[in-house]
Design a binder for this molecule. Structure first.
Ligand code: ZN
Length: 151
């Protein structure tokens, strides 16, 4: 298990250091901004939708390693997915980092499973899910989202 944890950490550090899809998507037709005031993470998620399909995804922003790596892995994962698939993955991801008991993460999450470990650090859960909440908003109303609802 500790080997696995090290691997997870490596993936997160790698994606933080060399974030994938870290740029503004010039031809994006959906975007939303997300903010996690507890940590100071800020993200803008850009999507290029072709009908119901996400043909391209990118992000910009600043924040901690977890939030940056999560957005990097998420945008890589989303390309070619439908809105419905993206929302299903949102639910699985959210479940994995908040509720899933010890055990192996949902196999369909692929590399996103590296975030299973944040469950043990409740203050970092919002860092990991910020990109996903922002995605959900980009797919829907496009409004600014905050991890603190009263904000
Ligand atoms: Zn954070």
């Amino acid at each position: 298990m500790s080997d696995l944890r090290e691997l997870y950490q490596e993936v997160i550090l790698d994606h933080n250091k060399n974030p994938r899809n870290f740029h503004k998507l010039e031809n994006a037709n959906h975007h939303a901004e997300g903010y996690n005031p507890l940590c100071g993470d800020k993200l803008t998620v850009y999507l290029k939708m072709e009908g119901d399909k996400i043909s391209d995804a990118s992000f910009e922003g600043s924040g901690c390693a977890i939030s940056q790596a999560s957005a990097s892995l998420m945008t890589s994962y989303l390309k070619g997915k439908s809105t419905q698939e993206a929302l299903e993955v949102f639910d699985k991801f959210h479940h994995m980092v908040t509720e899933d008991p010890e055990g192996s993460p949902e196999p369909s999450l692929g590399k996103l499973a590296v975030f299973a470990g944040v469950r043990e650090f409740p203050t970092r859960v919002k860092c990991a899910t910020l990109a996903w909440h922002t995605l959900k908003s980009a797919l829907g109303s496009g409004q600014k989202v905050s991890t603190e609802e009263e904000d």
